[in-house]
Design a protein around this ligand. Structure first.
Ligand code: SF4
Ligand code: SF4
Length: 119
């Protein structure tokens, strides 16, 4: 016990070795491959990203103007980001939160609301 005393006292005054995740998140490293998001306002639903995605993580329905993304299929290769000429597919340095299920993310074209006098 006396041999351990300096260690015990040192631990009492030192900072914790771990972070209280998720309340305090670690800053991402430079050029970290976090996750893919889509800026649907820029999307024309051409389907090019879905065609080139090696993991089949993207589905695009041009008629419904809808893009469905499966983040847990995504291997974060960045091909969709390189493919999308409109800058809609973006890679951000924040990781996806863990989940018990494999959710799909739906991106739909914004519905245009017309003023009554424009109808
Ligand atoms: S994200 Fe880009 S490449 Fe994919 S459907 Fe939209 S505009 Fe096309
Ligand atoms: S990063 Fe790669 S795997 Fe993920 S959606 Fe884009 S093309 Fe598919």
């Amino acid at each position: 016990m006396p041999k351990m005393l300096p260690t015990v006292l040192g631990n009492l005054v030192s900072k914790p070795a771990t972070r209280p995740h998720p309340y305090r998140r670690r800053e991402a490293f430079a050029r970290a491959r976090g996750r893919i998001i889509f800026d649907v306002k820029q999307c024309v639903f051409c389907g090019a990203c879905a065609l080139r995605c090696p993991a089949s993580a993207i589905r695009v329905d041009r008629n419904e103007r809808e893009l469905v993304f499966e983040p847990f299929r995504c291997i974060i290769c960045g091909v969709c980001v390189e493919t999308c000429r409109r800058g809609c597919a973006q890679m951000i340095p924040h990781y996806h939160s863990p989940a018990y299920t494999k959710p799909e993310e739906y991106y739909r074209a914004p519905v245009e609301v017309k003023e009554e006098n424009q109808l």
